[in-house]
Design a binder for this molecule. Structure first.
Ligand SMILES: [Zn+2]
Ligand SMILES: [Zn+2]
Length: 410
């Protein structure tokens, strides 16, 4: 079937606009818009058949006049973008199934080899117009936001890309979980047990940093991704634990991170402190989660019936460098798989002593359960301090002094 015959067949389906006609032959020639292409084909056919030229009028059976109204969509996008900070954008279009099926029917009926889908013409044309009005660049790779034209609903939906920044946090107060912990009873809906907060704890490190950050970025939410986590009752001291914060749907993007750091440290004073290292990417979240950093703990230990320093040091000598076999601790086995894993104690030594309580510094591989290393967890952890000295021992308090690695992820 030659081109003229194909055009004749397309015109035979019903009233069609120049855009939709031209788009069926979108790969033919260059430097033409689809509307120019469609018009040209219509003129060429009239000349060749020597019949009166007739311009398109009425409603196009494919797009139902969408391309006559493209300016309306441009205005909708520009309005939706007002009040949002972005440098780059992308237009996306949700095409109603019936509209897509109409053009696909013609493609297969006529065996067309280079048609352009309606969606890509809309995306390109609206994108060009929005770019001219706003002065912002369209970006096919990683745009700051995507404006989706929902043709069936006559509305524009914005998908604002998240922003990430990296830092380290110190947790100065015990009893704060790292991230929000939904109420066990209502799972977040709000009930009497949780005082209708939906949460087990009023605050988390995530919220203590996130509240200030959410305000600064005018974001919907802030999600903390940590390099591991400490227990709720443990502090996180020293240089702090590396994290990446994900700002969800931020309306502002040009936030001064130094000012943000100061704002967080003021708002969370005495509870959480942060140093913010810079901007991050989603890829860094994965790196952060997969890193196996050593952790250094300062623990205070109580041994039933007391213990002499020398005996304690001898036991620590045997733990230093040892590979510990740990079955999932009894205290967490209700929410984690029950299995045995091995972690090494890199270092363990006495750091101080006060009224019969010993302070120990323990460096362990990521994932070492330190409380169980001391108590033995009823034989689930071997070897353990309690096992080596033959008497019950337990951790009274625990702080994380250092999380090695990470942070230097530039
Ligand atoms: Zn049309
Ligand atoms: Zn509840």
């Amino acid at each position: 079937m030659d081109l003229d015959e194909q055009v004749g067949r397309v015109l035979g389906y019903g009233e069609i606009c120049d855009h939709c006609l031209g788009r069926f032959f979108g790969k033919k020639s260059h430097g033409l818009t689809n509307a120019e292409r469609g018009h040209g084909l219509r003129v060429a056919r009239a000349l060749r058949e020597n019949v009166p030229y007739r311009a398109h009028e009425g409603s196009c059976w494919i797009c139902h006049g969408l391309f006559d109204d493209l300016g309306v969509w441009v205005d909708r996008v520009v309005q939706a973008l007002a009040g949002v900070e972005y440098a780059t954008f992308l237009i996306g279009t949700r095409v109603p199934p019936l509209m897509a099926e109409s053009e696909e029917l013609v493609w297969s009926d006529l065996g067309l080899d280079g048609p352009e889908p309606l969606k890509s013409e809309v995306n390109r044309e609206v994108g060009k117009a929005v770019s001219e009005i706003t002065g912002r660049e369209a970006d096919l790779g990683k745009p700051d936001m995507v404006a989706i034209l929902d043709l069936a609903r006559d509305s524009v939906v914005l998908e604002i890309s998240p922003l990430f920044f990296r830092g380290r946090y110190r947790k100065l107060e015990r009893g704060i979980p790292q991230t929000r912990w939904p109420c066990r009873v209502c799972h977040g809906a709000g009930c009497e047990r949780c005082g209708f907060t939906g949460k087990m704890y009023a605050d988390s490190v995530e919220e203590l940093i996130g509240r200030t950050a959410t305000e600064a970025f005018r974001a919907e939410d802030a999600i903390l991704h940590g390099a591991g986590r400490e227990d709720i009752d443990a502090r996180m001291l020293g240089e702090g634990r590396p994290f990446v914060m994900e700002m969800v749907a931020p309306l502002r993007r040009s936030v001064d991170l130094a000012a943000l750091e100061e704002g967080v440290n003021n708002a969370a004073a005495g509870r959480v402190g942060v140093t913010i290292g810079g901007w991050a990417t989603r890829g860094e979240v994965e790196t952060l989660k997969s890193e196996k950093a050593h952790k250094k703990y300062r623990i205070s230990v109580e041994v039933e019936g007391g213990i002499a320093r020398k005996e304690l040091e001898e036991a620590l000598d045997r733990l230093r460098g040892a590979v510990i076999s740990q079955q999932t601790p009894a205290r967490v086995v209700h929410r984690r798989a029950d299995r045995i894993r091995e972690r090494r104690v890199v270092d363990a030594r006495v750091a101080g002593q006060e009224d019969g309580t010993f302070f120990l510094d323990v460096v362990g591989e990521a994932g070492l359960y330190v409380k169980e290393l001391v108590s033995g967890d009823g034989g689930r952890t071997r070897p353990s301090l309690a096992g080596l000295i033959g008497r019950p021992a337990r951790v009274i308090q625990l702080d994380v002094l250092e999380v090695e690695g990470s942070g230097e992820m530039e």
